[in-house]
Design a protein around this ligand. Structure first.
Ligand SMILES: Cc1cc2nc3c(=O)[nH]c(=O)nc-3n(C[C@H](O)[C@H](O)[C@H](O)COP(=O)(O)O)c2cc1C
Length: 460
């Protein structure tokens, strides 16, 4: 199931150093590995982590995967933002960081690659393709954001502006499908249009571009997050796409808060899969039938340990932790408040030593890696060439593993994204960038890191 499943299957690989691995080429039988790529069927029967600027940071995605998210979307990255980034691979942790001039634009880790959908903000087919090509070796699929209603996006023709420019929207999807290798899926996330007819017309065109999944955020462009999502409108879209007979998955998004809640949403909508944003922002374990409670004790310390281990910028870690609420059973409100205040007051990881205790980030990472690797294999190919491929693994690939029911609530502590801010992710001019294996990405533009919009009151 994994792209580099070979790495997982090699005996005692996890206990061997990379130096050991690189000294002897793998035996012939191990060189040929079956590689199952993400297919459109992998978008069915899933519970997905939604794209979320800032809140969808790498540690959050990894915890979501550990607790059962089937696939995870990365935060929207505007096409130009990634074009001049340098790809750095941390030799110890394997974190892949796409670093801009002043900040990390995007960070990922090879263990999430088979499940990672990279979301692009774009209004230009060529730029979208260039952006996708920059990251394609680290992702399973690309998704086009066609739902962000914020002026920052829509003024430049991106996000929800694409909903009323179907020619442009579809030309981007077609360009991505043509340019990406077959094993990289292409998908789109849209909002509803006000009328049924217009929505279905748009859906028909989008489905005909060759996408693997269509996610529908069941709000219109003018609706706010406090307006209930009109999820009942999804059923006719689901039926319509079914009738097109292309086997494309339709994913519901909007107001689903947990694994348990997906049953309600699926009953109403008939959706193949469900995507959760704010429920996961407040508790990344919401994908589990038994989500964590008392997050101050059960999640936050490990989240901070892992974040430090992965070099996640402290301000981004702090921001994400501030969103975690979950259900409180044993912890007292006062105790929780004190802990949270201590975290918020801290200027860096060292400031929370007392609370964190042992810095065992590597162990937290290992527990996540073990959970991901223990996931059941994706089902066998149905014979479609797009669905499964056997690749001759180069010896070098085997040598280097790393050349690789929570209610929605607001954080108490005021660490929310200010309205109308434009995303810095992570928001740092002083971030320590890893000084490691570096590859320069050909650049269309240079010198400035273009900004990605940060949703706040208005959600994409
Ligand atoms: C903090 C935050 C950031 C978001 N960033 C994105 C984004 O980058 N791309 C996107 O398509 N939607 C983004 N969204 C919208 C969500 O993906 C989702 O469509 C919306 O929140 C509705 O789902 P929910 O009811 O589960 O929250 C964001 C939402 C939040 C709360």
């Amino acid at each position: 199931m994994l792209y580099r499943r070979l790495i997982v299957r090699l005996p005692s690989m996890q206990t061997m150093s990379r130096r050991q691995l690189s000294t002897s080429p793998p035996p012939r039988s191990q060189k040929r590995a079956r590689v199952d790529y993400l297919t459109k069927d992998d978008f069915k029967n899933g519970v997905f982590l939604a794209p979320m600027v800032r809140s969808g940071a790498l540690p959050t995605r990894l915890f979501a995967l550990k607790h059962g998210a089937t696939l995870v979307w990365g935060p929207e990255i505007v096409d130009k933002a990634i074009l001049h980034a340098k790809r750095n691979v941390h030799p110890d942790t394997g974190v892949v960081s796409y670093d801009g001039v002043s900040r990390a634009i995007f960070a990922t880790h090879p263990i999430e690659k088979p499940y990672l959908i990279y979301q692009i903000g774009s209004s230009n087919p060529e730029l979208a393709v260039q952006a996708a090509k920059v990251v394609q070796e680290d992702i399973a699929g690309v998704d086009l954001n066609c739902g962000c209603p914020k002026p920052f996006s829509t003024h430049s023709g991106m996000g929800a502006a694409l909903l009323t420019e179907p020619d442009l929207l579809c030309s981007i999807l077609v360009a991505l499908r043509e340019a990406m290798p077959a094993h990289i899926t292409v998908s789109a996330k849209i909002r509803l249009l006000p009328s049924r007819e217009d929505t279905l017309k748009l859906v028909e065109r989008i489905v005909n571009t060759g996408i693997s999944n269509l996610t529908v955020h069941c709000r219109t462009k003018s609706m706010r997050e406090k307006d209930p999502a009109t999820i009942e409108r999804l059923r006719e879209i689901r039926d319509f796409v079914d009738a097109m007979g292309k086997g494309i998955a339709v994913t519901e998004n909007g107001d689903c808060v947990s694994y348990e809640d997906t049953k309600r949403v699926k009953d109403i909508t008939g959706a193949d899969s469900v995507m959760i944003a704010r429920g996961a922002e407040s508790n990344p374990s919401c994908f589990s039938p038994t989500p964590l409670t008392d997050l101050t004790e059960t999640l936050i310390p490990d989240y901070i340990r892992l974040s430090r281990y992965l070099d996640n910028h402290w301000s981004l870690t702090k921001f994400c932790v501030a969103q975690f609420t979950g259900t409180r059973i044993k912890t007292t409100k006062t105790g929780e408040h004190a802990t949270r205040q201590a975290i918020i007051a801290s200027k860096g990881y060292d400031g929370v030593n007392e609370f964190i205790g042992e810095w065992s980030g590597a162990e937290v990472f290992k527990s996540i890696r073990d959970a991901i690797e223990a996931r059941p294999a994706r089902r066998a190919s149905t014979g479609n060439a797009e669905m499964q491929t056997e690749l001759e693994m180069e010896g070098d690939e085997a040598k280097e593993p790393y050349a690789s029911s929570s209610p929605i609530s607001q954080p108490e502590d005021g660490l929310v994204t200010p309205e109308d801010t434009q995303n810095p992710e992570p928001p740092s001019m002083t971030m320590k960038l890893p000084s490691v294996t570096t590859r320069t990405i050909p650049s269309m533009i240079s010198g400035v890191d273009p900004l990605t919009p940060t949703p706040s009151v208005i959600l994409p």
